[in-house]
Design a protein around this ligand. Sequence first.
Ligand code: GLU
Length: 397
Amino acid sequence: MISLRAKNLKPSPTLALAAKAKELIAQGHDVISLSVGEPDWDTLECAKQAGRKAIDDGFSKYTPSNGIPELRKAIAAQTNADLKTDYTPDEVTVTAGGKFVIFAALQCAIDPGDEVIIPAPYWVSYPVMVELAGGTPVTAVCDETVNFKLTPEILQKHITPKTKMLILNSPSNPTGLMYSKEELAALAQVLRDHPRILILSDDIYNRLVFGGELAPHILQVAPELKPRVLVMNGASKTYAMTGWRVGWALGPQVWIKAMTNYQSQSVSQAASMSQKATLAAIEHGAPELKKAMTELSARKDRAVSLLSQVSGIQVANPDGAFYIWPDIRKLLGKSYKGKKLATSSDFSVALLEAQNVAVVPGVEFGLDGFVRLSFALKEPRMVEAMERIKKFVADLD
Ligand code: GLU
């Protein structure tokens, strides 16, 4: 019954873990989920109001597949101000969530045999989406020796005549680390010599930056790459709108048009009221976002400080997003209840069983020996989670 394509398809591990945690909570277990990447604060008030108004006004029918013109205009204006670019609203497409933007972008640019370079650790769905487009994901491992970031040398090493695309994500899911302008300029230098390589810049965390307002971008340092860059972003993380499902892309007209056609033949569009809510968030959300970031930054400091007191765990201070990426390699080889913890998966399973704390194993992000923790949860619960992790580690043999 099932197609070859779907046969080996696994659910998204981040969403699956979050669902498992919710199920355990519903059964009465006191689980703290540090698994899914989702703000715990409510959708910005200005967005909620605009969404409600859209429903009351009857703005609940089909919109153009590429999104309502005023939203595309606002996205172009915001991106142009951020990146010093000159995108027009025709070079914008809006769709149902950032995830579908990436999916559609790959469907519209990748043919069988094409290779896509994905720096690891990477967001869990990139390789699967490349495969669903018929392409070959090429993992470029970027370990702690390069601070988990792609370097010109690593990039160069993974380029072949079949390379069609590079995916960049900064601040990164899962590490929270961010590329500096200099690092991006060095990557751009390599890309200049390979004009056929497209660049998908996943900017979904670009406004969730600590001690700054915006992440540096490859187009700021190499504007001449614009004809082959797809800038992708969305409302989910920035405006705490994960369930509203709005994402967008800006890029070369031919790529954007293909993505819009792909949308019009599949999901049609982003929900009409969600588009209105997103417009309000973009136009009026900055003060609320600033407040949320101040709180998030304090939680980040607390989480990093508590976790770095756990012996055997090493933590890097994230630059943005809401993830930390602790190194647990010193703990692998130890045992929990007589069972050896050989991998980050063993560690995560045992931690959930022993202390009811859900974290995502690093192996899902293409690099074992680490776990991903989201600290986007209320401080008392986050502190409690760190205490439970400390206890778990102390109990290991
Ligand atoms: N991007 C988020 C995460 O990594 C949400 C879940 C997902 O879509 O993967 O946790």
